[in-house]
Write a protein that binds this ligand. Structure first.
Ligand SMILES: Nc1ncnc2c1ncn2[C@@H]1O[C@H](COP(=O)(O)OP(=O)(O)OP(=O)(O)O)[C@@H](O)[C@H]1O
Length: 635
């Protein structure tokens, strides 16, 4: 449990391109923390990290007596997530509590008007209204200020129809072998290399686990066709682990059924997976099963009146945990985000949900539905409260205001499941990169084109992804693609909507090291060109099959051969990538330009059969060495 503060030295490896990275200080962590307070390790063994952070926040509130509280400086991201350890300002506490109060009041009003209603509504392109402040200041975050966040939240809990409660079946399912050993080279049928010969290879071996990757896939699922509009909405749900009512029993029963079913072990968090060794499988962890059972209990509130079966945990990100599940017969990924009185994390989570639902493109992860539910232990609430327990009349607001009250909200985002894992897990796959210097060009260009198409679509809607990196480019098996995978860009947690009259937002110093462009890292200038720079880095990686960044003794660095391409690299590809990496944002091509170039290139290459057999899939990715998502301190 260490907190690291790293002075990132100036990196001149890109000087030939006019790029200079580094020269700033950032703070990151390998464990959960809030400001300088560490999360209880015992809690982390039993509950998702985000919930432990929420508990820590509550403790801090109690200690500080709430009035002069000092705990809303920043959200509490998870492992490897860098966070600006912000200044604690009492006024922020008051603002955050006020926001909670407003939400609760709105919630109560809505409940009176539409009992049982809580639903995120799709707001199309207007999901991220930006105040003028936001346009000028990134402190407003991703294009929505607190007031708009409040509106979004009001909208979130506004609509809805009564639902039919049903206890969803709960089952253990295939786990994920995401241990390093599971990342071993697959026995894939390799094709004769059709790619270009590479004259040079990276001089540094990656120290980041960025190597050959493949693993068994779960059973194939059909592509979801219906992007169904959500109609149903759950009642307020105050679940308790110690629930004793019928529903609670049903949930526990389903949990224990799962435990005793001898089902394969769902994976733990990425960290836990690493600890599992090569087998990647072990006896079901009761805590995990209990947690999944509890989540199923909460989700029996259902979205669209259809129960969701949670099957395993896929992994954790900064804002919550992602589970694999089934909903309406579809394989889905259920992203859960827990946030408490932290206005920023709440805004971001709601924003991501709204944004996701507004985007419909074959190269973007589809979002089927979202749901928001209050959770947590509320002072004064029944300790045996269950999923069906209703909040006491006139009690919620008082509870939220009271010292020590912990009112958390859990946001569920039901998404298309990308069964191929992140692009990062594909790097080094010998079917595409048989050996250093050899690349299966149609596969690489196909993946690059998918990303460019997604970006071009986002930018046409004035959406900037803001955190494009190989962990956020997900893959889904598709035998029509030369690589065997369709590209699905996901994770819109740092995305922004650029207002009509603006070309960019300012003071948005967010992104992932190695992929964030200098204009964002240094000046906080976030526009579509920032995504294009990230695309340029990925284009380079795609050609080499390795990550652009490595961790060295001197700190995180680009590889020595970055951004070089071998002489055998097609000129169109190399020029496109280097153009994307131009230091000046205005010198970069648009994503639509890149899409056009790659489309022509792809057509010239002709159709190529899938290089990967459909039953194979890449492993879950591990984070890049310096690939922590970073929130840089304002200059
Ligand atoms: N729709 C999906 N289908 C399959 N796997 C997914 C899906 N969405 C996310 N995942 C996986 O779940 C894990 C957590 O994803 P999440 O987006 O929460 O965090 P992250 O991208 O890893 O980190 P961060 O949000 O901090 O950048 C990752 O391994 C990711 O690949």
């Amino acid at each position: 449990m260490n907190l690291y503060s790293v002075d990132v030295p100036v990196d001149r490896t890109l000087a030939s391109q006019g790029l200079l990275q580094g020269g700033y200080m950032y703070t990151f962590m390998r464990s959960l923390y809030y400001a300088e307070h560490l999360v209880d390790p015992a809690c982390l063994k039993q509950r998702p990290g985000s919930e432990c952070v929420a508990l820590l926040l509550a403790q801090l509130r109690q200690q500080s007596g709430s009035a002069g509280g000092s705990d809303t400086a920043g959200e509490a991201p998870q492992e490897n997530k860098a966070v600006l350890v912000g200044t604690v300002v009492g006024a922020c506490v008051a603002a955050a509590l006020a926001a909670v109060a407003v939400v609760v009041v709105l919630l109560r009003r809505r409940r009176l008007q539409a009992p049982g209603g809580s639903r995120l509504k799709s707001e199309g392109e207007g999901v991220l209204p930006s105040s003028s402040n936001d346009e000028e200041s990134g402190s407003g975050g991703a294009g929505a200020d607190s007031s708009s966040a409040g509106k979004a939240e009001a909208a979130t809990v506004a609509a809805g129809t009564p639902r039919g409660l049903q206890a969803p079946p709960f089952e253990a399912a295939v786990g994920y072998g995401c241990s390093p050993a599971a990342l071993g080279a697959p026995s894939l049928s390799t094709r004769p290399p059709s790619g270009q010969g590479l004259n040079s290879v990276p001089e540094e071996e990656p120290t980041d686990g960025c190597g050959p990757a493949a693993r068994e896939a779960s059973a194939p699922k059909s592509d979801p066709e219906a992007r169904s509009a959500v109609k149903g909405a759950p009642d307020l749900c105050y679940p308790s682990v110690s629930s004793t009512d019928d529903v609670g029993n049903a949930c526990r029963a389903s949990s224990s059924t799962a435990q005793s079913s001898g089902g394969q072990q769902p994976s733990d968090s990425p960290r836990a997976c690493l600890d599992q060794g090569s087998s990647g499988r072990k006896a079901p962890a009761p805590d995990m099963m209990a947690e999944l059972g509890q989540l199923s209990c909460e989700l029996r509130a259902t979205v669209g009146d259809v129960a969701i079966q949670l099957e395993s945990m896929i992994g954790s990100g900064s804002f919550g945990t992602v589970y694999k599940g089934t909903w309406q017969g579809l394989s889905v990924a259920v992203k859960t985000v827990v946030f408490s009185a932290n206005a920023d994390s709440r805004r971001r989570a709601l924003q991501e949900a709204a944004l996701c639902k507004s985007i419909n493109h074959p190269n973007v992860i589809a979002t089927y539905a979202s749901d928001l539910q209050p959770i947590g232990e509320i002072k004064g609430a029944s300790s045996t409260g269950s999923c069906t327990a209703k909040p006491p009349e006139n009690g919620i607001l008082d509870m939220a205001r009271s010292v020590g009250a912990l009112l958390d909200w859990r946001l569920y985002i039901i998404q298309e499941y990308a069964d191929g894992g992140p692009l990062r897990g594909l790097y080094g796959n010998r079917a595409i990169w048989p050996r250093p210097g050899i690349v299966h060009l149609p596969a690489v260009v196909g993946i690059a084109l998918g990303i460019a198409r997604a970006l071009a679509h986002l930018h046409s809607k004035r959406i900037v992804h803001g955190d494009l990196n190989p962990n956020n480019v997900l893959l889904k098996r598709d035998s029509r693609e030369a690589s065997g995978f369709a590209v699905k860009v996901g994770d819109f947690g740092l995305s922004v909507l650029i207002p009509e009259h603006r070309s960019h937002l300012s003071n948005m110093r967010v992104g992932t090291m190695f992929y964030v462009c200098p204009a964002v890292a240094v000046h906080g200038r976030m526009g579509p060109e920032a995504d294009v720079f990230s695309l340029g880095v990925i284009l380079w990686e795609l050609f080499w099959g390795v990550c652009a960044g490595v961790r060295t003794e001197a700190g995180p660095r680009y590889r020595q051969n970055f951004p070089e391409f071998p002489p055998g690299c097609p000129t169109a590809y190399r020029m496109t990538a280097l153009a994307c990496l131009q230091r000046q944002p205005e010198h970069r091509p648009t994503a639509a330009n890149v899409e056009g170039t790659l489309t022509s290139f792809s057509q010239a290459l002709g159709g190529a059969p899938a290089v990967l057999p459909p039953e194979r899939r890449p492993a879950e990715g591990v984070r890049p060495p310096g690939g922590v998502s970073i929130i840089l301190e304002h200059a």
